[in-house]
Ligand binder design. Structure first.
Ligand code: FBP
Length: 252
């Protein structure tokens, strides 16, 4: 699948904003409670895509935005309330049809590798991926190792497994967490083969330089970029940190 609609010279920066489902308003500090603020950052920051759940897309991603910023629609989700003390399961809440109607260029789906409910998520992903590709949509797999069978969800071994799973399942882009080292991430990128790898940002770091160092590491490891949320829109100056991230991604 050609991913050029979601990349610039093969590299990418996406603005993730599905936290209203995953974490709730507690994450949406200051102006970030308003989706207009996020769209503004995405457009002004020259992002390659913005990630929304369908409700936000229906009410805020108006037709005029289609020309300004590509939409990646998240098709499944789970809340932090349900997730507490339970095994990880993210159910599909939006169809590929609806994604097309809303003007999405790509669709995203979370798989919890190692969860008791992994089989359901793999099956659902499989169906979704076939349909999305038939409709010409780019498929992004958020692959997070989590659940009763996962001892260390951020080990290099399981991170490489997450990246490989994305390739094997037909994803065009794998969105995975950092595993702590450039060498470990390199193995993940290698394991993903022709599926491209982006970093899944993570919680906002106290010192922005810590996040930028992770960016340097994953780019050196061969990732194509990042899907970042909190480190940008929780920042006091989202466009300034955006520029610094972009400089690392496109410096070559
Ligand atoms: P961040 O950059 O803020 O971490 O966003 C990336 C993301 O994958 C979001 O798409 C998603 O809502 C969130 O992180 C999931 O976080 P968690 O690790 O708590 O499941």
């Amino acid at each position: 699948m050609d991913i050029s609609k979601l990349t610039t010279n093969g590299k990418a920066i996406y603005l993730a904003y599905d936290h209203g489902v995953e974490h709730g308003p507690v994450d949406l500090v200051g102006q970030s409670i308003g989706p207009e603020y996020i769209l503004d950052i995405a457009v002004k920051g020259g992002y390659n895509g913005v990630v929304f759940q369908k409700g936000v897309a229906q009410k805020y991603y108006t037709k005029e935005y289609r020309k300004k910023i590509p939409l990646i629609l998240k098709l499944n989700g789970k809340t932090a309330v349900y997730g507490k003390n339970r095994e990880y399961f993210s159910a599909q809440v939006c169809s590929v049809d609806e994604a097309v109607r809303l003007g999405a260029v790509g669709v995203g789906y979370t798989i919890y590798l190692g969860s008791e409910f992994e089989p359901q998520m793999l099956q659902e992903f499989g169906k979704m991926e076939e349909e999305a590709h038939k409709r010409g949509l780019i498929v992004l797999a958020w692959v997070y190792p989590r659940g009763i069978n996962v001892e260390d969800g951020s080990s290099p071994e399981i991170t490489a497994y997450a990246a490989r799973l994305a390739l094997e399942m037909g994803a065009d882009i794998a969105k995975i967490k950092y595993c702590g080292s450039t060498e470990g991430f390199k193995r993940a990128v290698e394991s993903a083969g022709r599926t491209k790898v982006v970093l899944s940002g993570g919680a906002k770091t106290d010192n922005p330089e810590d996040f930028l160092n992770v960016m340097r590491s994953i780019m050196e490891a061969g990732a194509i970029g990042v899907a970042v949320g909190r480190n940008v829109w929780q920042s006091e100056n989202p466009l300034e940190i955006t520029e610094k991230i972009k400089e690392i991604i496109w410096k070559n």
